[in-house]
Design a protein around this ligand. Structure first.
Ligand SMILES: [Zn+2]
Length: 284
């Protein structure tokens, strides 16, 4: 099977996660699995995805993570150069709207896109009319609409990364900036963890990128890479324990975030999440 990012083959069987075989491109290192024809990525993101203590997928309680998520988003948004005047930013995979609301606090005119009806309904509580329910593969915006587009830990969920990046290139102004974070399957932690790597979460993660596959994906769509770096994020102790339990034990049965200290938030950098800033080339 040829790689969807670099177009070369072959891919090899890398490892097995449950019943699923994860394949790896021998050229760019992209890893992926092949869902059944009936699989619809969007159908995963019901309310249980964001509030699913009984499920191995998604989050036990996304709302409970608001403080640490906002701290992470503020730090990430601060790193994006903001043009003078009205600066428009689109956050794809906006969930409850925390990133959009942090961007607005530092002066962006921001809106969000979210595939989950239930998450967007939550976001409407803090940002009425600012979060659209739509699929990232078909952006409901005119060409050249935005100065910046952000995807925080979203690319790996999309069934066609190339379509998504091409759509982002279409709605960005020339010179506009795409900023994303995603797991780095080529990182030391990922390679040492094998099938237990905490970001091999199926079925929501469809693709596992390397720095090389990201570079090819972005450059092929007209972007110039400005920076690629491992980045820390804030996590609560409760969330770290939840992730550990889900990766070691699968399903959990009780909410984990109620114990003393569970809400303590700290920055963590395992060097296995890469943050990329890229600018859209202006036509020659
Ligand atoms: Zn490849």
């Amino acid at each position: 099977m040829n790689c969807i990012i670099c177009g070369t083959g072959p891919s090899r069987k890398k490892l097995r996660k449950g019943d699923t075989e994860i394949l790896q491109c021998l050229s760019c290192g992209l890893e992926f699995w092949v869902p059944d024809e009936s699989f619809r990525a969007e159908s995963i993101y019901d309310s249980a995805y964001f509030d699913g203590a009984d499920s191995a997928e998604g989050y036990d309680d996304y709302k409970n993570l608001e403080g640490s998520l906002r701290a992470t988003f503020m730090r990430r948004m601060m790193r994006i150069p903001k043009p003078p005047g009205e600066a428009r930013l689109l956050d794809i995979g906006a969930a409850f709207g925390f990133a959009v609301s942090e961007a607005e606090r530092i002066g962006w005119r921001a809106c969000g896109l979210e595939v989950s009806q239930s998450a967007a309904a939550q976001a409407a509580g803090i940002l009425p009319g600012r979060i659209l329910v739509a699929n990232a593969l078909q952006l409901p915006f005119a060409d050249d609409s935005f100065h910046a587009v952000t995807l925080w830990d979203v690319l790996e969920h999309l069934s066609s990364p190339q379509t998504a990046i091409a759509e982002i290139a279409r709605v960005l102004r020339p010179g506009g900036r795409l900023v994303l974070s995603t797991g780095d399957v080529g990182s030391l932690v990922a390679r040492m963890s094998g099938a237990r790597w905490h970001l091999y979460t199926l079925p929501e993660h469809l693709f596992f990128h390397t720095r090389k596959s990201l570079r090819i994906l972005l450059e092929d769509n007209g972007f110039h890479i400005e920076s690629m770096r491992a980045e820390s994020a804030f996590y609560t102790l409760g969330y770290l324990v939840e992730r550990l339990r889900k990766s070691l034990l699968g399903r959990t049965s009780t909410k984990s975030a109620n114990w003393p200290g569970a809400q303590v938030s700290l920055p963590v950098n395992l060097f296995d999440i890469v943050s990329v800033q890229a600018t859209l080339r202006t036509e020659a």
